[in-house]
Design a protein around this ligand. Sequence first.
Ligand code: ARE
Ligand code: CA
Length: 493
Amino acid sequence: YSDPHCAPGRDTVVHLFEWKWNDIKAECTRFLGPRGFCAVQVSPANENAVVTNPNRPWWERYQPVSYKLITRSGNEQEFRDMVQTCNNAGVRIYVDTVINHMTGGYSGSGTAGDHFDGNSCSFPAVPYSNLDCNAGDVCHSSDGSIQNYNNPEEVRNCDLVGLKDLRLSKDYVRDKIAGYLNHLISIGVAGFRVDAAKHMWPGDLEAVFARLHNVDSNTFGSGKKPFIYQEVIDMGGEAIKMAEYFATGRVTNFIYGVKLADIFLRHTNQAKWLGSWGSSWGMPNTNDVVVFLSNHDNQRGHGGGGAPITFFEPKQLKIGTAFMLAHPYGFPRIMSSYHWNRNIQGGDDANNWAGPPHNNDMSTKSVTINADMTCGNGWVCEHRWRQIYNMVAFRNVVSGTGVLNFKSYGDQQISFSRGSKGFIAIVADGSHLNQNINTNLPSGNYCDVISGNYENGACTGKTIHVDSNGNAHINISGTSDDPVVAIHVGAKV
Ligand code: ARE
Ligand code: CA
């Protein structure tokens, strides 16, 4: 389950959080395909509870009502069009799947118009009934919800924040979930993010995944299992460990973004130590993880998982992303967000619920594209920032090479090469780097893909000269907007 099924030479996934299927379809052809992205993580595709208090929060999509493909992102036909178009553009679709639970304990209707009553675990559009949710026979917490994260039984058998917990020990429930995932596989998706995986027994997940069909052989080759990455928040302090989930796919490595925020955002740790970055930092092996600086929860102070770097700190985000994409550890995911008005009250963001940009009827706004390639209508589109998409290409070019010549020039100044294909230098604080550095690259003139684009053999930014010994003069002011230089053999002028 740990092969992401990237088309050859691609290696980065972007989370197009809350995007509509039609917009993702367009983005695959006009941008993600040509720019070398491997895949898109899309928001949950199945019917969810319509929450009106607060009004249409993003998190309503984590409250399933049925497995019909009807949400604010679009309907099944639009979903199919997106998957097919993206596959044709060489871009994979991973669906965020919510299979641990259904809605909270109240009644209402879903985005496909189906009625539900969470209190009695009544979801007739699946159908699930009272027998399909966990109850007091297996959940022993005082109120049926999870209180103690150090008690694995409670974490797996009780309700996560009051969300009706599915009885995954039952074959009927396993069949229904596998039926939903197989439906997505039949449409052509490459894999799944498994929401709240920590709240399901690894053995139950095995039983569900054993029921899955192979992914489409025409697109992905024959005999291939879907790519599976499981959301397990394990910062080291709780009973449940990431390692329990390696048999059923990769896990989301939450330690990663926090440690990099310590260095690039808070400066409570030093970049000079990054020479050993990877599993020796107390993180799993590279092939067991998806790595990211932030996700849709912790970017808004939600859901634990630490305080990461987000688009609210654009300079640090560009630096951190450059490091993430230049370094071979893990399968990297970029967060692509929408704007909301942050309103910090006593440490919490009072607007952390705010849903995507919307019209008066609460339908999600389309993504518009500005002349400079950035997005409008309230969409941030971090993946369209030059410093970020050019590093996606960098990662593709240096693929298969290791980290070479890691050097530091003070606490927060580093450089390293990727074999003889790429070189990066980073200043993580306000200091000044001015050095002759061996890049290990063939001699020539290279386009610094941070300060500019490589277009038709020319560079719109700085050109870096590498001499016949592989040396280059690198001059970076840490107080500049982009204190990074990145060059690779795919962008020689
Ligand atoms: C909403 C309301 C709740 C209400 C509930 C039911 O906010 O007040 O009780 O509905 O009516 C998201 C939101 C939730 C939201 C939910 C459903 O974040 O606020 O609840 O959608 O609409 C734990 C889990 C981890 C989970 C986080 C949020 O382990 O899996 O909590 N993350 C995923 C998603 C979320 C999503 C869900 C799961 C639910 O990414 O977006 O919730 O589908 C420590 C622990 C962590 C723990 C963390 C927070 O760090 O180590 O394991 O994370 O604390 O408790
Ligand atoms: Ca559970």
